[in-house]
Design a protein around this ligand. Structure first.
Ligand code: GLU
Length: 482
């Protein structure tokens, strides 16, 4: 494990690429150029307001290891600020700042009333035992909490790459012990296990959001036509990169609930392809049992998985890392629709190239917003100290029964059992989470497509998403008096 790894900066000559942060800024600038914002406001909304870097020691393996991490706050037009904490062997301040900026725009776009933030820690979780990870997480939490970078009212982290519900439970517990008198302490972090005041449906929320977002896209014939695709998600050939928390759930839902065909899966040790469709569930199980996908028997295996990004397919879903589709491979990308489930998978240079070619990109800040949306529900649940559905479930069931009684009495006929069952449903927490998420994804897509179709100077969905988000944040700043 290395605690001092510095991310290599690609040279201009090799890739002609901007850094991730510059890439996000360029996309932002492109959108700002279509707007008429008061002078100075665009600059205020662009860069992170504050960043804290922490370096802390943890005793382990008979010695002391020093870890380095960051938490960036992009925009505090709404509080708390929100965004995940990433554990990765290679992460740096620029990356965290870029991700924090995307969080502000993402939250604004989907009307989640938070500002944007992100955290990162240089650590390779696979090189550590569970108790080492716990010690590091608890110490990192103390470092951030003492500086106001974790707090239910100011800054609320969540899972991101390399972290999950387990880490969030450690963060919550550490925070609660630091501030035992804070009755809302448990709301200091989201993505907790359901048994630790988490919420049903949070684990798969980002994948669910990808599914709901794609469904909504396919409801709009004009948009589907832009991508040169036939109507309906059913039967569409999908290549997905990354079978982590986001990619796995998205792929599984699309395969089982929308009859899409997952023809390609890209993982860190290669790619699998089958024109007739892969079984996401079986590959996922194989991957966990064998620490990778190499050797999976029922598909064509390619060692250089990234070549599958260029495969013939209807929808390409990058659901792994930023910077996967670059100026280099963009000219070889064959799909007409890219659905960005990861944050920043398409670089600015690639984006410019692809939009000129008419490739439709459903942007990250919209498509992967399911995670933070359900995080918002979890935070509300924590502040209200009650599970969603607890007060009204039984009442809804009784109302349904009453409606059945009335209908049967008036018609003199018995309502078929399957219909009666549907009427008698009282919503559980998971039903409410799904309903709220679905509604959020539909509404946000309609807003951004309206901007796309109505404004001549907005030529792609990403710019439309930025425009929607920037307008909302700008309005908030102007109304409160910057
Ligand atoms: N890390 C996720 C994201 O990038 C979730 C953030 C959150 O729930 O706060 O959107």
């Amino acid at each position: 494990m290395s605690t001092t790894t510095v991310k290599p900066t690609p040279t201009q000559e090799q890739t002609h690429e901007l850094s991730f942060l510059e890439s996000v800024y360029s996309m932002y600038d492109r959108a700002v150029a279509t707007l008429n914002l008061p002078p100075g406001l665009a600059e205020k909304m662009k860069r992170c307001h504050s960043v804290v870097q922490v370096r802390f020691p943890v005793e382990m393996r008979g010695g002391i290891r020093v870890f380095t991490g960051w938490r960036a706050v992009h925009s505090e037009h709404r509080l708390p600020v929100k965004g995940g904490i990433r554990y990765a062997p290679v992460v740096d301040q620029d990356e965290v700042e870029a991700l924090a900026a995307l969080m502000s725009f993402k939250c604004a776009l989907v009307d989640v009333p938070f500002g944007g933030s992100k955290g990162g820690l240089i650590i390779d979780p696979r090189q550590h035992t569970e108790s080492e990870l716990e010690a590091v997480t608890r110490r990192f939490t103390r470092e951030l909490a003492m500086k106001g970078y974790i707090s239910p009212s100011l800054n609320v982290p969540a899972p991101d790459m390399g972290t999950g519900a387990r880490e969030m439970a450690w963060i919550a517990d550490t925070y609660r012990k630091l501030y035992p008198h804070d009755i809302n302490a448990i709301a200091c972090v989201t993505g907790k296990p359901v048994t630790q005041s988490g919420i049903q449906g949070r684990v798969e929320a980002t994948g669910r959001g990808v599914q709901y977002g794609l469904r909504e896209f396919f409801r709009h014939a004009d948009d589907v036509k832009l991508a040169g695709l036939s109507s309906g998600l059913g039967g569409k050939r999908i290549v997905i990169q990354g079978l982590g928390n986001v990619g796995y759930h998205a792929a599984r839902f699309l395969e089982h609930e929308d009859d899409a065909k997952i023809v390609g899966i890209i993982e860190r040790d290669g790619g699998l392809f089958d024109e007739n469709g892969l079984s996401v569930e079986r590959i996922h199980a194989y991957m966990y049992a064998n620490q990778g996908i190499a050797g999976y028997p029922d598909a064509t295996y390619v060692e250089d998985g990234l070549t599958l990004l260029e495969a013939e397919c209807d929808v390409l879903i990058p659901a792994a890392l930023e910077g996967q589709i670059t100026a280099k491979n963009a000219p070889r990308i064959k799909t007409k629709l890219i659905a960005e489930a990861a944050n920043g998978p398409v670089t600015y240079a690639a984006d410019e190239h692809l939009r000129k070619r008419g490739v439709v990109i459903i942007p990250d800040m919209y498509l992967n917003a399911g995670g933070v949306t359900v995080s918002y529900f979890e935070w509300i649940k924590n502040l209200s100290h009650i599970r969603f559905g607890r007060m009204d479930k039984r009442l809804d069931e009784r109302r349904g029964e009453a409606i059945i009684d009335i209908l049967e009495e008036l018609s003199g006929k018995q309502i078929p059992a399957n219909l009666a069952d549907r009427l008698k449903i009282g919503a559980e927490e998971l039903d409410l989470v799904r309903s709220g998420l679905d509604d959020t994804m539909c509404k946000a897509y309609r807003e951004l497509r309206e901007i796309y179709w109505k404004r001549d100077n907005v030529r792609d969905l990403r710019t439309a998403a930025f425009v929607s988000a920037i307008q909302k944040i700008a309005r908030t700043y102007m109304e409160m008096g910057t």
